[in-house]
Design a protein around this ligand. Structure first.
Ligand SMILES: Nc1nc2c(ncn2[C@@H]2O[C@H](COP(=O)(O)OP(=O)(O)OP(=O)(O)O)[C@@H](O)[C@H]2O)c(=O)[nH]1
Ligand SMILES: [Mg+2]
Length: 1106
């Protein structure tokens, strides 16, 4: 527990004004955990000699071995400055992209963040990501520029050069926050303007003025990082030093008699000291003078490094030490490694912990200062607006803002993740030092036991009967199950309490993400609590807070109660909380918005136990893993395979290790990663495979041949394919016919749909609630976004082919929000458009669909389309970027009689109604043809079902009638490498089908930054290979970026004369798309057309070379 007692922390927890909840964020390896070590050492939890080497918060073995953090973990620290004492709940987060979900769980619980940037590498991709995450959660950041020693020792910059370099880094960081800020202000301004436009007749005059005024008026001073604002610390965590310019301003104001305020303003910037007139002047750069920062700050550090590490000048070192008033132990002074001496000096002169902690206490907000905007954001889920929530829910906002821990304050807690710990490490199981009383008690128990034993022995000697023995063995038996239990993992919820005081044993409501407070309040009796017996409410359950813990890195301390504003661990929730949850004592509370995850899980593998009998263990292990990881997903596929989906290779490795060693504890075998593909169609190519333009004649020949093949195939009287790709299909009972054509969507449209899938999902939800006549609170912003999406689609879908297409969109798919479109091109069939919710807003009235007999089967067409887009004909992967246009659709009137829905519809033709007999499906027996139809219906099932199948098949055939392509998932990666290894990096990229997008030199260093894209299919082992080939100098991070069409046609066979000449008759050169496609088909157990060995004798000629 360190030097600070638990009691002290308990008292500090009561005073939210002096609590800081913060996390450390950065790109991978920029030194977060090392910095955390220094802060932890300041509390005496670890020795300061080990600070930076131990990486105390990396408590897992694999974290220590690999040297990267994989889980975010929290520790409570104490810091006192002046007469104030603070409690800091510090969360260290991982920087590797694979674990960015852990960052999301950390930022949610914090009010502030320390953003760490490597002084050499500067702003890296993950730095931008974490800055954005901090921004999205409205938490205030401060900056630590770490690894300053590398500027001296590695880059060998002079102090002046280092100053310029640091300025550039600050500019880069501020540019990122600047963009985030501007976009937000402009968005808000645009909103306000819109309102003004509505009110004002002619707003054009002051529009421009208002627009710029928005940016200027908005207070962004707290937002930018600048040393004179006091929110930047320069540090070298490994050497134990760090400072803010405040520190030096205080020193020099005493020494030089300049006021501190003046020094604070001038120490960072273009100022210099004019020694002649003893004044600080502006314009150091133009006059070629040393800026103050270099002269008064950096020069001192540079000369210390020079004396201690570079020249090892003992006398100078001693001189410096006496001038700074520092004493070090002789052991350190004589140590063979100069870094030890350096650490000893720096740690006393400029202790990094003090610099960082005082900045944190001064600049980061306490839980009392939570912004109202943040509360509203947390409480309004999805499309729901804050002001549409029930009044009692809105009142809870004050509870958040007050952060009161009084008895009347409702308990509100958010659990951002569940983490597993070994039961052995729980404080309940840990041995504590005993106090006098306990020792006396134990002594008494031992004495009694001894006496009993003696008595038993005596008894045994006297009676010699078996019964006494039997009893003795019996008493020792019950120990065993306990031992087994010891091995178990328990789940602790990683949580923060926003209001009230939570007590051990308290009952609270668990609000699921879909819980609606309005519904809850109406169903529950007034004033009920979680301990009452309550009626069933959807997405609401109750649980008991069994244990409360203070999180202390590797250890936990048990607490009885925790007041508002603190980060904590809760035990006993594993049965009611899966990954995240909102806990509250009041059913009026609304669930918090879900966490923002930056990376979607993409790498999937199938796992199975080595010994089939251990399947149940694997299943329960996978369940635990799913709960313990915020991002990993566990699925059971229709084929019965157990699939694990992870964010990347490193994450996968960690999940598998966890499964093997902690959760399932069995040997497992793991399939090769399952690589996702998409299927699409493209426009017919203009050139052939040898880049010869396909002339008209050729084209005709090619198409002719292809069409011939097609028509030879499955075409029958149920199914017909036109030469231009229009597919006509009739249901087996011949009652319904659909004509469908597949058209490739322009790429921009696909990207737009893909990016807006959440919005489309919201649109679909609104439509369905409109259709069912349910009232729904619709967020105006969402509606605007939908209208914007519609406009955007309209602007992208131009040309004759797409005339009026946006209005005619019937559905999106698969799953109703995917990147494929179903288009209604039927001449005389009108239906409600997917954009009906937009019109609903204007008319404020239930929109009625135009009457049409076909409406009854509308859903069958949509379902068929959803099925077709979910798995395509190439290798049963989802489709992407395909538009299916339904051009004709006939349903025989007799079909309506088979559909019981018809009765409810008022729009059906009278003829159809007449057909409905008294026995439901039976029809007029006097008509012989009808009779035959009816019997055929019986054997093929209901018409709606047949129509689904027919539509699905029609889509598949229409798809096959176009040139088909596979789409591959692509990663982007940014690789930093020195010039020497650049060639090898290119080599590895080339071998794996990667493509370099651009390459630039990082300013001030000899590093190149290469941005490249790489197919996911080729990425396994990529990071390792790069690291090996470059001797560890370059290490890439892969982030999923987009889907890309693989240009080669998997079904390609040579058709033109040139192609025959070039590729030969067999054309068996490598076809990447075919290779991928066959691999997927093989995995799924589908038929793979393969030539095994065609001309066996030819192989002999090959071996002649040997
Ligand atoms: N030269 C130098 N190296 C440092 C400094 N701080 C940390 N390092 C080294 O940088 C490496 C990474 O440090 P970590 O603290 O593990 O980095 P991290 O940001 O926690 O990394 P992840 O958690 O994996 O994202 C280690 O080898 C440290 O020794 C520093 O100030 N100077
Ligand atoms: Mg770390």
């Amino acid at each position: 527990m360190g030097v600070i007692g638990l009691d002290k922390i308990k008292t500090l927890q009561q005073n939210p004004a002096n609590i800081r909840n913060l996390c450390i964020l950065a790109h991978v390896d920029h030194g977060k955990t090392t910095l955390a070590d220094c802060l932890v050492a300041n509390n005496g939890i670890i020795s300061s000699r080990l600070a930076g080497k131990l990486r105390y918060l990396d408590s897992r073995e694999d974290e220590q071995v690999r040297g990267i953090t994989m889980k975010s973990s929290a520790i409570s620290l104490h810091y006192s400055t002046g007469n104030q004492e603070y409690l800091l709940n510090l969360i260290d987060s991982p920087g590797h992209v694979d674990f960015s979900s852990e960052v999301s769980t950390a930022v949610r619980l914090c009010d502030g963040a320390i953003v760490v940037v490597d002084a050499v590498e500067g702003v890296c991709p993950q730095t931008q990501v974490v800055l954005r995450q901090a921004w999205l959660e409205n938490i205030r950041p401060v900056l630590v520029i770490n690894k300053m020693d590398r500027l001296i020792m590695e880059l060998k910059l002079t102090a002046l050069e280092a100053h310029t370099h640091l300025q550039k880094i600050l500019e880069q960081v501020n540019a990122v926050t600047g963009t985030l800020f501007t976009s937000k202000v402009l968005e808000e301004r645009a909103e306000k303007l819109k309102e003004e436009v509505n009110r004002d007749e002619d707003p054009s005059g002051d529009q421009v003025y208002d627009w710029s005024a928005g940016l200027e008026d908005a207070d962004d001073s707290h937002l930018y990082f600048s040393p004179d604002q006091g929110n930047v610390v320069f540090a070298s965590a490994i050497d134990g030093w760090g400072f803010s310019i405040q520190h030096f301003a205080h020193i020099y104001s005493q020494r030089m008699g300049i006021r501190t305020e003046v020094l604070l303003k001038t120490l960072w910037g273009d100022f210099y000291l004019n020694t002649k007139i003893q004044r600080i002047m502006k314009g150091a750069q133009t006059k070629g003078k040393k800026p103050l920062f270099v002269q008064l700050v950096l020069d001192n550090i540079w000369s210390l490094y020079d004396a201690v590490v570079i020249r090892r000048d003992k006398q100078k070192v001693e001189k410096v030490m006496t001038s700074l008033g520092i004493k070090v132990m002789t052991r350190d002074l004589r140590h063979s490694d100069p870094k030890v001496l350096l650490f000893a000096i720096c740690n006393q002169w400029l202790p990094v912990s003090k610099a960082v902690l005082s900045m944190v206490c001064e600049k980061l907000p306490s839980p009392l200062e939570m912004a109202a905007e943040k509360v509203e954001k947390l409480m309004s889920v999805g499309t729901r607006r804050f002001d549409s929530l029930p009044e009692r829910t809105q009142e809870l906002k004050t509870a958040f803002l007050q952060c009161s821990s009084g008895i009347n304050a409702p308990v509100i807690i958010f659990v951002s993740k569940m983490f597993a710990v070994d039961t052995k490490t729980l404080p309940q199981k840990r041995q504590r030092p005993l106090n006098q009383e306990e020792i006396a008690q134990r002594r008494e128990v031992a004495r009694q036991r001894h006496a009993e034993k003696l008595a038993a022995e005596n008894l045994e000697r006297v009676t010699r009967s078996g019964s006494a023995l039997g009893e003795a063995t019996m008493t020792s038996l019950p120990l065993k199950p306990e031992e087994e239990e010891e091995q178990k993992e328990v789940f602790i919820a990683f949580a923060r309490i926003y209001s009230g005081t939570v007590k051990k044993g308290q009952r609270v409501f668990v609000l699921g993400p879909k819980y609606d407070p309005a519904q809850g309040l109406s169903l529950l009796p007034e004033g009920c609590s979680a301990s009452d017996c309550i009626p069933e409410v959807p997405h609401l359950s109750c649980c008991t807070v069994e244990n409360l813990y203070l999180l202390m890195g590797r250890e936990l301390e048990e607490l009885e109660e925790i007041p508002a504003g603190n980060v904590m661990g809760i035990g006993g929730l594993e049965d009611c909380v899966l990954k995240t949850a909102t806990l509250s004592a009041s059913p009026a509370c609304s669930p918090f918005t879900p966490l923002n995850f930056e990376a979607a899980p993409i790498v999937r593998v199938a796992v199975e136990p080595k010994h089939p009998s251990e399947m149940p263990k694997l299943v329960s292990g996978m369940r635990l893993l799913n709960q313990a990881d915020p991002c990993a997903e566990v699925l059971i596929q229709e084929t019965g395979e157990h699939v694990l989906v992870t964010a990347g290779e490193v994450h996968l490795q960690r999940c598998l290790d966890d499964l093997r060693e902690r959760f399932a504890k069995i040997e497992i075998s793991v399939s090769k990663p399952i690589i996702p593909f998409r299927e699409t169609v493209v426009r017919p190519p203009k050139v052939d495979m040898v880049n010869e333009e396909l002339g008209k004649q050729h084209k005709v020949a090619v198409i002719h041949q292809v069409k011939e093949e097609l028509s030879k195939g499955p075409s029958s009287d149920y199914h017909h394919v036109d030469p231009d790709g229009l597919v006509t299909l009739t249901t087996p009972n011949r009652l319904a016919t659909v004509c469908v054509r597949a058209i490739p969507l322009p790429q921009e449209v696909t990207v737009l749909l893909e990016r807006n899938s959440e919005l489309i999902r919201a649109l679909e939800l609104m439509n369905s609630s409109l259709r069912e006549g349910r009232a729904m609170d619709i967020n105006l912003r969402t509606l605007e976004a939908i209208a914007e999406l519609k406009d955007h689609l309209q602007s992208l879908l131009q040309g004759r082919k797409w005339r009026n297409a946006v209005e005619r969109i019937w559905a999106f798919g698969p799953r109703r929000y995917g990147p494929n479109i179903l288009l209604n091109s039927i001449k005389d069939y009108s239906r409600l458009s997917v954009w009906q919710c937009l019109e609903w807003r204007h008319s404020n009235d239930q929109v009625r669909a135009p009457a049409s007999p076909l409406r009854v089967f509308d859903n069958s067409i949509i379902s068929g389309f959803q099925l077709a887009t979910l798995s395509g004909p190439m290798c049963e992967e989802p489709l992407m970027g395909v538009c299916f246009s339904v051009e004709r659709w006939d349903v025989e009137s007799v079909a309506f009689s088979q559909n019981p829905d018809t009765l409810k519809e008022d729009s059906v033709s009278p003829e159809a109604l007449r057909d409905v007999g008294s026995h439901g499906n039976s029809v007029d027996a006097t008509d012989p043809e009808r009779k035959m139809d009816a019997s055929s219906v019986d054997c093929y099932g209901p018409v709606s079902g047949q129509l689904i199948a027919a539509m699905k098949e029609a889509c598949r055939h229409a798809f096959q009638a176009q040139p088909q392509r596979l789409m591959a998932a692509m990663y982007t990666c940014e690789i930093m490498a020195t010039a020497e290894v650049l060639g090898r990096v290119y080599g590895v990229l080339g071998k794996r089908e990667g493509r370099v997008l651009h390459e630039e030199m990082k300013e001030g260093t000899d590093m190149f930054i290469i941005t490249a894209v790489l197919p996911v299919a080729e990425s396994f082992g990529f990071a390792d290979e790069i690291r090996k080939r470059t001797s560890g100098l370059a290490s890439p991070q892969l982030v999923f970026s987009h889907w890309e069409v693989i240009s080669s046609d998997p079904y390609w066979v040579p058709t033109t004369e040139e192609e025959y000449l070039h590729f030969g008759e067999k054309a068996d050169s490598v076809n990447q798309a075919l290779k991928y496609m066959n691999a997927v088909r093989r995995r799924k157990g589908l038929f793979v057309e393969e030539k095994i060995v065609e001309h066996a004798e030819k192989q002999r000629t090959l071996s002649k070379n040997k």
